[in-house]
Design a protein around this ligand. Structure first.
Ligand SMILES: Cc1cc2nc3c(=O)[nH]c(=O)nc-3n(C[C@H](O)[C@H](O)[C@H](O)COP(=O)(O)OP(=O)(O)OC[C@H]3O[C@@H](n4cnc5c(N)ncnc54)[C@H](O)[C@@H]3O)c2cc1C
Length: 428
């Protein structure tokens, strides 16, 4: 059993960062009987993360459900995130099997709506003290273990002691830095810009993703009739792109297959973006410390998975540590359980994403499966489950699926050859 080195904790858990991961963890821990201080450096309860396209993948639905926020999200206009994906083999259009269940979904909802909603839900949860305007500036350590944080507040410096300190403070996590947990960085060979539009209809009213090899783009309908458009070109294009940002952004969108009608739409935000956005992975625990959300793992924005994983990692942490964090179990052992689950669920995804972030061409397996997904509904559904992070890379590329994809592509080539009167072509 982990023995508290020091009595007199102010809280069981102190969380740095009241965005998605932090607010969710606070709610889920407090509901399990844990006393939580939820610290946020920004003073404004309506603050939100602007650099995000907020399409929340279906893996997050069970967490949103457990948080009890789905009715509020739907009332706020959240849009179910169906999508179609353009590839050189045609559109992949995942849809439910005629006699099967509907496809799992979550929501597109702007962070300006989502972040305050989740934060106020946390503030209203018994057992959570939301402390706005509290920036974590250091950790309190005793005998090689973290036992609290130092914070800068409008009233001055303050020390808050707790059994467990949670870093939910984003990709540049102060908690990780002060705890000496290094980040492993993976280069991202694409840059990205995004903007919000009104009167920008999308075919079928659903999201669109363009795989342009190596460039990418996506468009998602959101709450309040707003469509978010993002372009993610190869960094080789950056100098020319930046010379005329607005012109380049519009030209890029106009050139997309089935391009959204950007010229008749109203842009309601600036075009913002990031030209250098490496992926990060950190060990998600240290003595007396846990990292969740982007603090533990920052993915590639092009897959739109960070919000879902922020919520899921909050849930995994709460399930693993709630008893021990409130003094009813072994905290170190429960942190090992959390770290193992985090690694098992996300390491494979991050490995594939880091490889794809080099802007390399599709590899043979991707060509096989993406081509088949554009031609066959069951492979398209399988791909959707992977993109929604409901299955991992091993299940995505399992031998049965590869055999099915090969059969689909061979059948397609034979049919094409019959139509053209020649031998089947060797490419997928
Ligand atoms: C361009 C772009 C597009 C994206 N699009 C998508 C998408 O479509 N779908 C998706 O799922 N993900 C997307 N993401 C990723 C997503 O934005 C993040 O994964 C998600 O916000 C992570 O949530 P979080 O709670 O871990 O961290 P954050 O949302 O970064 O929150 C960190 C919080 O910690 C606070 N904080 C920081 N330092 C301190 C401190 N010292 N003391 C106290 N508080 C502190 C911050 O103020 C903030 O509130 C995108 C990212 C980018 C860059």
């Amino acid at each position: 059993m982990t023995k508290p080195e020091s009595a007199g904790y102010d809280y069981d858990v102190v969380i740095s960062g009241a965005s998605l991961a932090g607010s969710a963890a606070a709610i889920l821990l407090a509901r399990r009987g844990v006393r939580v201080a939820l610290l946020e450096r920004r003073a404004d309860p309506e603050a939100y993360k602007a650099l995000c396209t907020h399409s929340i993948t279906a893996n997050a639905y069970p967490v949103l459900d457990e948080l009890g926020v789905i009715p509020a999200l739907e009332k706020a206009g959240a849009v179910r995130n169906e999508a179609r994906w353009y590839t050189r083999w045609g559109w992949i259009e995942p849809r439910a099997a005629p006699t099967g269940p509907e496809l799992p979904y979550a929501y597109n909802i702007r962070r300006s709506t989502l972040d305050p909603l989740l934060r106020s839900h946390a503030a209203e949860t018994p057992g959570v003290d939301l402390l706005l305007g509290h920036r974590v500036t250091g950790l309190v350590r005793e005998a090689g273990r973290t036992v609290g944080v130092r914070t800068a507040t409008p009233q001055g410096e303050r020390e808050i002691r707790a059994r467990l300190v949670v870093g939910a403070d984003g990709k540049d996590s102060a908690v990780a830095k002060f705890a000496g947990v290094p980040a492993r960085l993976y280069e991202n060979a694409r840059f990205g810009y995004l903007a919000h539009f009104r009167n920008l209809p999308l075919p079928g009213g659903i999201g669109h993703v363009w795989f342009l090899e190596p460039d990418m783009a996506y468009a998602f309908p959101n709450d309040d009739g707003v469509t978010v458009l993002a372009v993610l070109p190869d960094k080789k294009r950056l100098p020319a792109f930046r010379e005329d940002l607005e012109g380049s952004f519009s030209a890029f969108v106009r050139a997309l297959p089935e391009a959204p009608p950007i010229d008749s739409a109203e842009r309601i935000t600036k075009i913002t973006g990031a030209v250098n956005y490496p992926l990060h992975s950190r060990k998600p625990t240290a003595p007396g410390v846990a990292l969740i959300g982007d603090a533990a793992l920052t993915g590639d924005p092009l897959w739109g998975v960070g919000c879902g994983w922020a919520l899921q990692s909050a849930q995994w942490l709460a399930e693993a540590v709630a008893l021990a964090a409130s003094g009813r179990g072994d905290l170190d052992r429960s942190l090992v359980v959390y770290a193992r689950r985090h690694r098992r669920r996300l390491r494979g995804h991050q490995y594939l994403a880091a490889d794809f972030a080099t802007a390399r061409p599709f590899n043979p397996l991707e060509r096989l499966v993406y081509a088949a997904a554009a031609r066959d509904e069951s492979v398209a559904r399988h791909m959707y489950l992977f993109a929604s992070r409901l299955i991992g890379p091993l299940r995505f590329l399992n031998p049965v699926v590869l055999a099915k994809a090969s059969a689909v592509n061979i059948k397609h080539r034979r049919a094409a050859a019959v139509r053209l009167g020649g031998p089947p072509s060797p490419t997928p």
